[in-house]
Design a protein around this ligand. Structure first.
Ligand code: FAD
Ligand code: NAP
Length: 335
């Protein structure tokens, strides 16, 4: 089925709480019908796809065509003693899927508990948290090519996943992800690299997959602003990856600078730390500000427009560039 609405408000469909309108809002629970509908349009390439809108910022106030996906089935398509392969509809709420897996002791995505959004969006920026990335569990991504209405499959390698990035993020408006295949393990190996997790689980002698999920949900509920209470799209910026010479330069002046090695040549530096060093801690300008607990999270304190939020973000980028000669990259998708 495909449900078409005209002049639809997108306010319920973005966690920043920005007012925008879709001339056509098409919600589909069937791939063939969606393909047929797109083929019937003169300009299907105008389509933007929305999941839960938890990683978008609307700067435009009006969109010609917005597509949302409702398919949310979970199918077991293969199973061995060690692994299970699941095919999940793009419209499934990500955290409901994580919960479903944790309940069955299927391991690999438990560290990605409580991330807002849909399964279809998870490959877009290769969602990651607490030392896990979804790319390590993805076997196949099923898509619909917007221009042709054809079904195109992407292997893990073809999806070109990278740190909070993928082929799909770099080639927006070309493919609609309709389903994702995950390979999960029946053996749970706790991944407790991050300090907050070590602290939360310090008293536990035996960590099982359910405890891990509970710990992550608890930490996230304490540290992150709830979009239902205050508009935000999580981290607005990515942590920059810089070469080790540059990292050493910063370390010489600021020995406490938090770096994490990513390869023999490169290190990741905390964007939150860079932003705080530039004096943005808890800053507010009009309706927009930096969240008091999370320097990476820009919040909408009232009726901010997308442009106000974007201008505020650009100021932060300019000040980090000026102070450290490091270019912060936006993680949020701007439309
Ligand atoms: P949307 O915001 O609707 O879309 C994001 C992008 O993907 C857009 O460009 C959109 O066009 C595209 N897209 C969406 N669905 C499809 C599809 N089916 N086919 C093609 N393109 C599509 N992210 C992390 O990586 N780690 C975190 O820990 C994390 N924590 C967060 C915490 C909070 C409080 C918030 C608000 C956000 C957080 N995020 C995090 C960001 C966000 O939750 C993820 O990026 C999530 O995957 C976005 O899903 P969505 O369905 O809301 O996508
Ligand atoms: P945190 O634990 O306070 O750590 C701060 C930053 O340092 C993080 O961005 C993280 O990088 C990095 N880091 C910490 N320990 C690390 C380690 N052992 N190895 C490599 N990098 C390390 O982070 P937080 O803000 O509370 O967030 C916790 C996790 O949730 C992080 O993974 C974060 O990415 C994720 N998260 C993401 C969003 C989003 O919207 N994208 C929002 C909230 C939380 P990484 O970010 O690369 O992990």
């Amino acid at each position: 089925m495909i449900d078409i609405r005209y002049e639809a408000s997108l306010l319920p469909y973005n966690t920043f709480g920005i007012q925008a309108t879709a001339f056509i809002l098409a919600e589909a629970d069937d791939v063939a019908e969606l393909a047929g509908y797109l083929r019937s349009l003169s300009k299907p390439d105008k389509a933007i796809v929305l999941g839960a809108g938890s990683n978008v910022l609307f700067v435009s106030q009006r969109f010609d065509l917005v597509v949302r996906l409702k398919m949310d089935s979970i199918e077991i398509i293969n199973e061995t003693d060690d692994h299970v392969i699941l095919r999940v509809g793009a419209g499934k709420t990500w955290d409901d899927f994580v919960n479903w897996c944790v309940e069955r002791n299927y391991s690999g995505i438990e560290n990605l508990s409580n991330i807002p959004g849909t399964v279809g969006a998870a490959p877009i920026q290769n969602i990651g948290a607490y030392g896990a990335e979804v790319k390590d569990t993805i076997e196949l991504v099923e898509t619909l090519e917007i221009a042709t209405g054809k079904i195109v499959m992407f292997s893990n390698q073809q999806s070109a996943f990278a740190y909070r990035d993928s082929f799909f993020k770099r080639n927006k408006k070309q493919y609609i992800i309709t389903a994702v295949h995950f390979k999960l393990s029946k053996t749970f190996e706790p991944n407790v690299k991050y300090a907050d997790l070590q602290l939360e689980l310090a008293q536990d002698v035996h960590i099982d997959i359910k405890k891990m999920r509970r710990a992550i949900i608890k930490i996230r509920n304490h540290k992150l602003p709830n979009p239902a209470e205050i508009g935000n799209a999580g981290s607005f910026f990515k942590n920059p990856i810089i070469d080790n010479d540059k990292a050493q330069e910063i370390k010489k002046i600021l020995p406490m600078a938090p770096f994490y090695p990513v390869s023999p040549k490169y290190s990741k530096i905390s964007a939150a730390w860079l932003i705080n060093q530039c004096g943005w801690n808890g800053a507010q300008e009009g309706n927009v500000g930096i969240h008091k607990w999370q320097p990476l999270v820009i919040v909408n304190y009232g009726n901010a427009t997308g442009t106000e939020i974007l201008n505020f973000a650009e100021k932060i980028i300019a000040s980090v560039k000026n102070e450290f000669d490091i270019e912060l990259e936006k993680e949020v998708n701007i439309y």
